[in-house]
Design a protein around this ligand. Structure first.
Ligand SMILES: C[S@@+](CC[C@H](N)C(=O)[O-])C[C@H]1O[C@@H](n2cnc3c(N)ncnc32)[C@H](O)[C@@H]1O
Length: 299
């Protein structure tokens, strides 16, 4: 598909890079429609100051679809066909996926040195046969794999136990990346060297500079798509730990309270919750007591 860029003296450029798309802006009416929908569908608040960011993120979709205006995009998105084919792409681009291996390392120290020894000394509160951890809002998998590395190490060094890490996210695209367990080599720099050697394999094609999580560890991490606003975690065994970090920061207080109460339901009493360092439950009516900064236990 080709179009003429009128400002450049008739030079023909491929439509996806056409200047017209670059200059397209979102009307307040369309912004309102979209931000209301994103809030009700995902819980994410998009205040007017984020309009430019929303425009920039959705521009990729307009380009991809060959749509010339946000009005047209909005009509397509809310059509039966759009809700079927486009909605998940819209979710992929409006959600923020920043993550890292061993992000906020004090959490992993607390997990290894305090939470796991406490849980293991009681033979799994809730009576399960294995330790279950939920990485809620797992993005591309760096967080659940970091958790699995720690569980595997503690299981070797402290006391043998079975474990499972459930990794969920609303974005289909990040779940797919997590499932493959393939990352660029520099992504694993935060992983201590001996653990890098043990839990990651370098790709044979050295020009690619990719690594893959070893099959034994990948088998311990199960990825599923889950939207906190619409779904419940349906677990048939006790859940012992939840990592829900850098997720609720995108929600307003009312939604934070509702979602925290919802995700806490399958957590066994005495189970641990890890939030991100800029997140707080202060003022929220949730059954948690702090045990360390941003780390809580369910009461
Ligand atoms: C910034 S990432 C955090 C990743 C990881 N927890 C960390 O701290 O490194 C936030 C993740 O929350 C997910 N998310 C946002 N809204 C969600 C919702 N309503 N349900 C489930 N996941 C959601 C996003 O798709 C994104 O991958």
């Amino acid at each position: 598909m080709f179009a003429i860029n009128e400002r450049s003296s008739g030079i023909v450029v491929p439509f996806p890079y056409n200047q017209d798309i670059h200059d397209t802006w979102m009307s307040d009416r369309v912004f309102h429609r979209l931000s209301k929908f994103i809030h009700s569908k995902l819980g994410i608040k998009v205040p007017p100051v984020k309009k430019t960011m929303l425009e920039a993120r959705l521009r990729k979709r307009l380009r991809h679809l060959g749509i010339r205006s946000y009005d047209e995009y909005c009509d397509y998105l809310f059509s039966p066909e759009g809700l079927q084919d486009e909605l998940h792409h819209m979710i992929d681009v409006v959600t923020t996926h920043k993550t890292d291996f061993f992000r906020e390392p004090v959490h992993f120290d607390y997990l290894a040195q305090k939470a796991l020894p406490a849980l293991l000394s009681k033979d799994f509160p809730g009576g399960g046969k294995r330790l279950v951890v939920w990485s809620a809002g797992c993005s591309t998998g760096e967080e659940p794999y970091s958790i699995a590395v720690v569980l595997s190490e503690v299981s070797r060094k402290l006391k043998r136990f079975q474990f499972l890490v459930l990794a969920t996210d609303v974005s289909r695209q990040v779940i797919e990346t997590g499932r493959t367990g393939i990352y660029e080599e520099e992504k694993i720099e935060p992983v201590p060297l001996p653990l890098r050697k043990k839990y990651f394999l370098k790709s044979r094609d050295r020009s690619k500079r990719l690594v893959r999580v070893v099959p034994g560890l990948r088998a311990k991490v199960i990825f599923r798509q889950l939207n906190f606003m619409e779904d419940y975690l349906d677990l048939r065994e006790p859940l012992h730990i939840i990592f829900c970090r850098n997720v609720i920061i995108y929600f307003d207080r009312k939604t934070q309270e509702m979602i925290i109460n919802k995700i806490l339901r399958p957590l066994t009493r005495g189970g641990y919750v890890f939030l991100g360092h800029s997140e707080t439950i202060h003022g929220l009516d949730v059954p948690l007591v702090p045990v360390a900064p941003t780390i809580y236990q369910k009461i």
